[in-house]
Design a protein around this ligand. Structure first.
Ligand code: ADP
Length: 217
């Protein structure tokens, strides 16, 4: 008798002598986080890493840490980095990753072209996207959060009103169409997120069928 259990990703085989062989599945869950600036993508990702053992890849962090002045200039104006450059950077980074622990992709994809390319890159690597978590929040609440973040963290793109306006415009025009794309492929988890971070985490793990963890003391 042989069966594949969906949740654990383990393959069990039992034979006449009742021996059970467990072969770990190659792939953990690959999850995309979508949402406007200030929706809480980074905060949620941090909890999923600490409590559920995921790896985390933030494309915004990648760019902030890079030495490329042109890319940093784009960020400081609130513009998206061109798809071609972003996809190349992501592809290189994914090539160095091991998917066994699962992966949170925070901030990618942000355009339909990126979403299509992500499917094909992952497909060529023999893995696939599990879910797209959309942190659904009103722009007023998100803007209030950005104002707080500007005080707490030193992020240039959170300080200037024109930059913030431009980031929301990019989100509305280029990222919102992706929500529909994932809805059609039944991968979308629409999470109401104008609530404390702990509640967002609880809602997300529930929708993903994961066990809620706690921070270690
Ligand atoms: P937030 O979602 O809070 O705005 P991020 O750290 O995710 O912050 O992104 C910061 C900036 O990095 C974006 O405004 C954009 O300029 C750039 N960026 C990040 N991810 C992408 C992406 N997938 N495509 C294009 N630009 C990106």
């Amino acid at each position: 008798m042989c069966c594949i259990t969906k949740n654990t990703g383990y393959v069990f085989s039992s034979f006449l002598n009742e021996r059970v062989i467990q072969i770990p599945d190659k792939q953990g869950k690959i999850i995309v986080l979508l949402g406007p600036p200030g929706a809480g993508k980074g905060t949620l990702a941090e909890k999923l890493v600490k409590r559920n053992g995921f790896q985390h890849l933030s494309t915004g962090e990648m760019i902030r840490k890079s030495d490329d002045k042109e890319l940093k200039d784009l960020i400081s104006k609130g513009d998206l980095v061109p798809d071609k450059i972003m996809i190349k950077l992501l592809k290189e980074k994914l090539g160095t990753m091991d998917f066994e622990k699962g992966l949170i992709l925070d901030g990618f994809p942000r355009t339909l072209d990126q979403a299509h390319k992500l499917d094909s890159i992952l497909g060529k690597m023999g893995v696939g996207l599990s879910s797209a978590v959309y942190l659904n929040i009103s722009s007023d609440t998100a803007k209030d959060r950005l104002a707080k973040r500007a005080e707490e963290q030193d992020r240039e793109d959170d300080k200037d009103a024109e930059t913030i306006k431009q980031r929301f415009k990019e989100f509305r025009e280029k990222t919102v169409p992706i929500i529909d794309f994932y809805k059609r492929s039944r991968k979308l988890k629409d999470i109401k997120s104008g609530v404390p971070a702990e509640e967002v985490y609880t809602r997300v793990v529930k929708s993903l069928g994961l066990k809620a963890g706690k921070d270690e003391e």
